[in-house]
Design a protein around this ligand. Sequence first.
Ligand code: HEM
Ligand SMILES: *[C@@H]1O[C@H](CO)[C@@H](O)[C@H](O)[C@H]1NC(C)=O
Ligand SMILES: *[C@@H]1O[C@H](CO)[C@@H](O)[C@H](O)[C@H]1NC(C)=O
Length: 347
Amino acid sequence: MKVGALNPLFIGYYFGRRDSLNNQMSESRRAVAAFLLLFSVSFRSTFAQLSPNFYSDICPEALPTIQMVVYNAIANDPRIAASFLRLHFHDCFVNGCDASVLLDDTPTFKGEKTAGPNNNSLRGFDVVDEIKAAVTLACCGNVFSCSDILAVAARDSIVALGGKTYDVQLGRRDAKSADPNAADADLPSPDFDLSALVSNFESHGLDLQDLVVLSGAHSLGFARCATFRGRIYNESSTIDPEFAGALRSQCPQENEGGGGVLASLDDSPARFDVDYFSGLKQRRGLLHSDQQLFSGCGGDADSLVSFYSEKREAFWEDFGAAMVKMGSLNVLTGIEGEIRENCRFVN
Ligand code: HEM
Ligand SMILES: *[C@@H]1O[C@H](CO)[C@@H](O)[C@H](O)[C@H]1NC(C)=O
Ligand SMILES: *[C@@H]1O[C@H](CO)[C@@H](O)[C@H](O)[C@H]1NC(C)=O
């Protein structure tokens, strides 16, 4: 958690005046500074955290407005729900949930959209623009941050496809920069083994249970052939042969092209359910990283997968809690960052 931006500045200012003040005052000044530091920390953790009610007074219409745009978009294209969920994840895992992922590349600026894990694969940016326009209109001004839009759109998406609702924490502000190198380094790869997945999540303050339950996001949406080719051609010992065969007929070897062909990440890509977990138990995980969560040899990940495959309510409940946890990673609040006017560009 970050310490408030305002208060350290204030303390720095106070000490900066030291030489112009009487030396005898230094003890009491130190005491005051210590008090200010304490106060700044407690102020931060007591008042300046995210809150579900952040916009209740300034824009009570914001949440229903966003939900309406999200639902309309999903009615046109159910996959948009998956794409929103993934956008929030790819935002939060790269230097925090600060909407850095939404910044467009320009001739003088390289953002995260074209970084390895994102290029030609993240989607939903047009709908984010639509949401931003609608919520700015509904709020009579630019008060609702792009990073909060991503958090709310992810929640509304899972609810639209049958999941259970949870309160989204709000009050994030938007970054003034992006970090394509961090996007390459900090997002987990579909080629990761379990231990690499676990350490990647741990480096984001998330534990094994968070990893397993959040991977349940792959109950929705699709992946490109290029991301699961290695698994269907080369992992015969951990994949259901019939499942692999059907996929091989869709997704040719690399020298034959077809890297963009899509396959669904579970049997019901437009329903937020536990089929993803039952699929893993049948060795029908699409990505190498998916199947790493269930080996059939026991262990904590296997137990969690088995548990969620049978407990839909628990999955929904724990998924919401883990999303809130993920959604609080390195957020900007208070006077940090800005409220972007156009989610694609800094103000
Ligand atoms: C555990 C590590 C994870 C890995 C290795 C991983 C990897 C991937 C890959 C390779 C794709 C397909 C991308 C493409 O076609 O280029 C994908 C899709 C997707 N991922 Fe993940 N992912 C992980 C965790 C998550 C998490 C935590 C979430 C959300 C909470 C998530 C949400 C999604 C969704 C919804 C899709 C489908 C998107 C669409 O259809 O547009 N993933 N993931
Ligand atoms: C992103 O994809 C486009 C189109 O396939 C490609 O031309 C470009 O080189 C890629 N960008 C990066 C940074 O890999
Ligand atoms: C599968 O493994 C073989 C032998 O190691 C390799 O030549 C081939 O490129 C791999 N195929 C895929 C799709 O990873």
